[in-house]
Design a protein around this ligand. Structure first.
Ligand code: ZN
Length: 420
């Protein structure tokens, strides 16, 4: 059996060594990309040192989509002939974009699974004896396939929750004595809500760890607390993107995301494109050379710290997890806000089962209100409005909507709704 980690654990890599490792991997990978990959050949130059790297252009999702539209179906970002690729996945297209298609070779798929096993699962304490339940439909979205493969590599028992209702998933988890749940944070709370309605005892179940991706929820304190309370388990966050790879995980401290710098180069750039502690996350993957991304603008807004984490990992940490998509930022009377800040208040109310932030354009002004769905009949919004005002510094009105009227999703929940 393959050892769990072929590389030294990240806690034993010092920052200089990490930097050298990144440059070595980048140079080795780029050598083939510069000769064989039509998308990158015209855009990149040889990289000898970090100065060269920083002069490489940034790349956006729009450019990748345009390339695939002009050169269907896979675009020109292909370092190998198509026969070398063994997996196709695609983005959900949830932001209204066309889905972006992405191919993996056997080698790059191994890279994905290795990161799950060596970083994400290891940090959450998931081991060979665990039973991992994946509450997901197993469509073309990559996240849960890679989570499944990574758990299998660990030696855990992997259980697909595909093609099941929420009730069937709950009964499967309980009957099969699952110890680990993977889902979006919103869907974990949805499952807990259904369990409550059915009178099923989740807290008394074998689930001891939950791992979440797709939304920032597991790093939002109130959401994390709500999930931990509902399952009697420890709740962990994971970040990744179909086109990029698995980028981060929450450690034992669970107050943010460590970025996996041994497998990626990460930069944080402010609005002017200068390096900063707060801004947009830009990433280069170092193990997916069949269809690589170099200096890719993730669209995720982050604040990072290099201070030593109590878990002793030397990896840079995104404080409090990803704040949100740069596009999801909204403004109320001059104050810039992210849905995650609203979520951190809303999830303190166990009686609220779902919420959406509604933006309404009125008289050239953004009017923003929070629509909430509750499990109880009479819910007064006064207290939560006061909490929001205190936490955010601006007034946000709340409106209770009919039970079952807000959209449910097992994929990324859409937290902003634009009206008018
Ligand atoms: Zn840590």
């Amino acid at each position: 059996m393959r050892p769990l980690s072929s590389a030294p654990a990240p806690s034993r890599i010092d920052p200089d060594e990490l930097h050298n490792l990144q440059l070595r991997k980048l140079r080795a990978g780029l050598a083939e990309v510069l000769t064989a990959n039509a998308f990158w050949r015209g855009r990149l130059h040889d990289v000898r040192g970090w100065d060269d790297f920083e002069r490489l252009p940034l790349t956006t999702k729009a450019e990748l989509l345009a390339d695939q539209a002009a050169n269907p179906p896979f675009g020109t970002n292909l370092t190998h002939p198509l026969e070398r690729f063994v997996r196709l996945h695609q983005t959900s297209g949830s932001s209204g974009d066309q889905p972006l298609r992405w191919l993996d070779t056997a080698e790059s798929w191994e890279w994905w699974l290795g990161i799950w096993a060596d970083h994400v699962y290891r940090a959450a304490g998931v081991k060979a004896g665990d039973r991992v339940f994946l509450a997901f439909s197993f469509g073309p979205f990559i996240g849960f396939w890679s989570a499944f493969g990574g758990a299998q590599r660990l030696g855990a028992l992997c259980i697909s929750g595909g093609a099941m209702t929420s009730e069937q998933r709950l009964r499967n988890m309980l009957d099969l004595d699952a110890t680990v749940l993977l889902s979006t944070p919103t869907y974990a709370l949805r499952l807990a809500d259904v369990a409550n309605e059915l009178g099923l005892d989740l807290r008394g179940s074998g689930v001891r760890v939950t791992i979440h991706a797709g939304e920032p929820g597991a790093s939002i304190p109130a959401t994390r607390d709500a999930i931990e309370e509902a399952y009697g388990a420890r709740c962990f966050d994971h970040t990744g993107m179909t086109e990029l790879g698995p980028t981060g995980f929450s450690c034992s401290q669970r107050d943010g995301i460590h970025l996996i710098e041994s497998e990626f180069i990460f930069e944080v750039l402010d609005v002017d494109g200068n390096p900063s502690e707060e801004g947009e996350l830009v990433a280069t993957n170092l193990g997916r050379w069949g269809m690589p991304l170099i200096r890719y603008r993730t669209g995720d807004r982050v604040r990072v710290s290099r201070e030593q984490c109590a878990c002793e990992s030397p990896l840079m940490k995104v404080i409090g997890g990803i704040q949100g998509r740069v596009d999801d930022m909204f403004t109320v009377r001059g104050v810039n806000l992210f849905p995650s800040q609203v979520e951190d208040i809303v999830r303190r109310y166990p009686e609220i089962v779902e919420f959406v932030i509604e933006r309404r354009r009125e008289r050239q002004m953004d009017e923003v209100s929070v629509l909430i769905e509750t499990a109880v009949g009479d819910f007064s919004t006064e207290r939560i409005e006061a909490d929001l005002r205190q936490a955010l510094g601006v007034r946000l009105g709340c409106r209770v909507v009919e039970r079952g009227s807000l959209p449910r999703s097992e994929l990324k929940a859409k937290r902003i709704r634009q009206v008018g």
